[in-house]
Design a binder for this molecule. Structure first.
Ligand code: 5AD
Ligand code: SF4
Length: 472
């Protein structure tokens, strides 16, 4: 693996030489989740080392990269529109067009691109991202199309250059892939089986971030709390600081000086074992907003979805977590209208939402993913019913958020100050431990610090506050 990255670094150098005196520019567009965003930071890291400078204007791009997603809806049309727009630019500038990410792991998608958009230069998948230097080099040298997609699980590559989007908060991918095969989900087919990074590499990356002044890190994985230290590493005597699980990893990261907040997404309820709950409770830097994807509140639907828990066991888990973790708040993902969902099933979802009182709910209308068991189910729900249910859930969630926001008024919150508010340059913006946006009047020296803010009013998607005197 090391040799592979060394080889790519040689290609980086060669492309850099070709680009010398040219001042080439690149544009990158990312669709989908935080894992994709983190992948795009690696793509940007590699292309910047090859001499490309970032632009947001497609018309002046010499290299255009699309990092695609296929988890929901038809992002296809949006992508095709964007590729279409680039055709003219490519004719005048010779722009290299590269499309990668999850959607490119689907054969019907790569077929369609090759057929309808033959001018696309590079198609790469989720397991071949690290080879973008070699692929760009091929295009520059030979101008022959490259399709670089593999179906087998990718390896874990370390040492890929990275260009981060933010200088306060950073993402660190700790594991790749998913073994769960929830029946609605395409992820296991496009991201392959679970592979965890070696704890040493993770800790070194976080230490590096701490040195770089980062205050908050988010650990990422399709199933982040399934993080598992491989038996091979143990056998090879590569045990590192006693880390052998997600819980032990969390505790160790909690010790890193400089990092003040640790978050993680996305976990699976089945992996919230007692040791993980204990590690969250004990680690002062781990934020107490925990994402606990529910998907459905109906035991029957959960079984069909292959989620491995029931309505009752989910609620038991919530009760246990609330009793063990002080100041716990919860967020969740819910899918409305999966195949076979009856009115009673949907009522169960509303019931759980009422009972738990989530801080935030990410709601999705079920969208059929070709190749998953869900796509073959015959009892699909008509779009109209899906939308009606979605709106009912949304109404409930919004009324709960409004109620919940009121609880913040008068409280003192620790806020990590992220910068100047986009809507009002006299105000600063930051986030609470529970990830609520807080807007307040302050001065720029407070950016990248955690300060105490008294909440004075609530506005659905943000809170307004005032700096507490103790900070001064
Ligand atoms: N349709 C709608 N939502 C989906 N999700 C995953 N697959 C689908 C699908 N086919 C949602 C789940 C998951 C989140 C990342 O996306 O709620 O937790
Ligand atoms: Fe998809 Fe389920 Fe895996 Fe999450 S756990 S990525 S929802 S299959």
């Amino acid at each position: 693996m090391k040799a592979e990255i060394e080889k790519q670094k040689e290609y980086i150098q060669q492309v850099k030489d070709i680009n010398k005196n040219k001042k080439p520019k690149y544009i990158i567009q990312t669709f989908g989740c935080q894992l994709n965003e983190n992948d795009s930071e690696k793509l940007s890291g590699m292309v910047e080392e090859m001499g490309y400078k970032r632009t947001e204007d497609a018309k002046e791009a010499d290299l255009a990269i699309f990092n695609t997603c296929c988890v929901r809806e038809n992002a296809e049309d949006k992508l095709f529109g964007k590729i279409g727009e680039l055709k003219k630019v490519r004719e005048t500038r010779g722009t290299i067009i590269a499309i990668g990410g999850c959607m490119m792991q689907e054969k019907h998608m790569t077929d369609k691109i090759q057929e309808s958009y033959p001018y696309v230069d590079i198609i790469f998948g989720t397991h071949t991202l690290h080879k973008i230097p070699e692929n760009i080099h091929k295009i520059l040298e030979k101008r022959k199309k490259v399709k670089d997609v593999i179906d087998i699980d990718g390896e874990v590559y370390e040492g890929i250059p990275i260009k981060r989007e933010n200088n306060i908060k950073a993402s660190v991918t700790i594991m790749y892939g998913c073994n769960n095969f929830c029946s609605y989900c395409i992820v296991p087919y496009v991201r392959g089986r679970e592979r965890s990074r070696h704890p040493k590499d993770i800790l070194e990356e976080v230490e590096e971030l701490a040195k770089g002044g980062y205050k908050e890190i988010t650990l990422l994985g399709q199933n982040v709390n399934s993080y598992l230290v491989s038996e091979n590493w143990k056998e090879a005597g590569k045990q590192y600081k006693g880390i052998n699980s997600f819980a032990t990893l969390l505790k160790e990261i909690n010790k890193i000086q400089g990092i003040e907040r640790i978050r993680f997404v996305s976990p699976h309820p089945k992996d919230f074992t007692d040791d993980v709950i204990e590690a969250i409770a004990e680690s002062d830097k781990v934020c107490k907003l925990i994402h606990l994807p529910l998907q459905s509140g109906s035991t029957n639907m959960l079984k069909i979805m292959n989620r491995k828990y029931s309505k009752e066991s989910y609620l038991e888990l919530v009760t246990k977590m609330k009793s063990k973790i002080k100041n716990l708040t919860l967020s969740t993902d819910i899918i409305v209208g999966f195949a076979g969902e009856t009115e009673e099933d949907f009522e169960d979802t509303l019931d759980i939402v009422r009972k738990v009182g989530f801080e935030q709910v990410y709601m999705f209308i079920y969208s059929i993913r070709e190749g998953t068991p869900g796509a073959k189910m015959e009892n699909q729900i008509p779009e109209e019913i899906k939308h009606k249910r979605f709106n009912r859930l949304k109404e409930l969630v919004e009324s709960q958020i409004e109620q919940n926001n009121k609880k913040y008024i008068g409280t003192i919150q620790k806020v990590l100050v992220e910068g100047i508010s986009k809507n009002n340059e006299k105000m600063l913006t930051g986030r609470t431990d529970s990830n609520k946006v807080v807007i307040f009047e302050g001065n720029k020296q407070d950016i990248n610090k955690i300060i105490q803010i008294k909440i004075v009013s609530e506005h659905m998607w943000y809170l307004k506050g005032e700096i507490e005197d103790v900070n001064r």
